[in-house]
Design a protein around this ligand. Structure first.
Ligand SMILES: Nc1ncnc2c1ncn2[C@@H]1O[C@H](COP(=O)(O)OP(=O)(O)OP(=O)(O)O)[C@@H](O)[C@H]1O
Ligand SMILES: [Mg+2]
Length: 349
């Protein structure tokens, strides 16, 4: 079932937590709300669930106006940022509780709960109390409890924040597989950009209670519209360049002595803010091929899979990652940088 927000505002006192947002989550898709702490992600989810009512605007689920319906009148379930397990119930009772309440017979509820617990890797934990689990295990019980209900709309508030890197990857794949397999509509909240890119059909980036930009993971990464987006979606270094218009639909961006030709129809000529992706820079020994940007290594770090370099150039200090760990460069080395067009992002003023 689709979820739609129309100019929704939520005020607590003077400053709005959500300052007028409109978006649509298509039925059967996974859409992520991504943004820094305090930007209004949880508040938005709670309004979908009916746990908060908007101060202004309308909320529609499956085309029906649910703005003033309570949580129990919406077929929505939520995995809370703080898990909110029932402390006096065992793991199995926590997961069966919602199933029993929706009228499912005891034996079937237990069967489904056990399947759910197996899916999150908690086979054999049925009898434990939440207080006897680690934070990550509690988080997985909360995920299982929501998944077994198969609601029309499933909400996840930072469901993996307490897991280590390997389990986080495994669980996010599990959530994505289930969502696709069952055709669930999921609204997912995280402040982790990589997690958002890995699980989402679309991402809505929020900043200070507003939507900064929305689109597919590829749209946002390759065409961030604002400096905030370029910084938040992956790494990039800001730089100042000059833009000249070429023939129709193409521009040339000059960064120091380097010139990069890009497709662009909108940006006016003159000085522009750009962002440069670290993986788009090829670092060569000076002077590098014709058209390279000259620089000098300021800092070099070995990361196992790649090298990281900070490089002083005429366009500012750039940050680069380089897969060549066999021939590392050192601070002080003169280099020539080749900039791949896809990693040079022209930002809106
Ligand atoms: N019940 C409340 N009363 C007053 N202010 C609130 C309340 N709930 C949230 N806020 C404020 O609204 C803003 C948005 O909060 P929200 O919890 O939605 O942020 P968030 O994006 O989920 O952040 P985080 O990543 O830290 O969980 C914050 O400034 C917060 O302090
Ligand atoms: Mg939150």
């Amino acid at each position: 079932m689709s979820v739609e927000f129309r100019n929704v505002v939520k005020r607590y006192g003077a400053t709005p937590a959500v300052a007028g947002v409109s978006f649509t989550v298509e039925a059967g898709t996974l859409v992520t709300l991504l943004g820094p702490s305090g930007c209004g992600k949880t508040t938005t989810l709670r309004m979908i669930a009916g746990l908060e009512l908007p101060s202004e605007g309308r909320i529609l689920i499956a085309g029906r106006d649910v703005t003033s319906l309570s949580a129990t009148e919406r077929d929505v379930s939520m995995v809370f940022q703080s898990y909110a397990l029932f402390p006096h119930m065992s793991v199995l009772e926590n997961v069966t509780y919602g199933l029993r309440r929706s009228g499912i017979a005891r034996a079937e509820a237990i069967g489904r709960a056990r399947d759910g617990l197996k899916q999150v890797g908690l086979d054999g934990y049925d009898a434990r109390q939440p207080s006897e689990l680690s934070g990550g295990q509690q988080q997985r019980v909360a995920v299982a409890r929501a998944l077994v209900l198969k609601p029309s709309v499933l909400l996840f508030d930072e469901p993996l924040s307490n897991l280590d890197a390997r389990l986080r990857r495994q669980m996010r794949e599990e959530i994505r597989d289930l969502q696709r397999g069952l055709g669930l509509t999921v609204v997912y909240v995280t402040h982790d950009q990589q997690e958002a890119m890995a699980v989402s059909d679309r991402i809505i980036v929020m900043n200070a209670g507003r939507i900064e930009q929305q689109g597919s993971p590829r749209d946002l990464y390759e065409r961030p519209a604002t400096p905030f987006l370029a910084r938040f979606m992956g790494e990039s270094t800001p730089a100042r360049g000059r833009l000249e218009r070429l023939d129709a639909g193409r521009v040339r961006v000059r960064l120091g002595e380097a010139a990069i030709d890009l497709p662009d129809t909108a940006t006016p000529e003159g000085n522009v803010d750009v962002a440069v992706r670290p993986e788009a820079i090829t670092v060569e020994a000076a002077p590098g091929p014709a058209g390279s940007l000259g620089g000098r290594i300021a800092k070099a770090s070995y990361l196992g899979t790649h090298m990281e370099y900070s490089i002083d150039t005429a366009a500012g200090q750039l940050f680069a990652t380089c897969p060549r760990v066999d021939r590392p460069l050192a601070a002080g080395d003169a280099v020539g940088l080749v900039l791949a067009p896809r990693g040079v992002l022209v930002l809106r003023g």
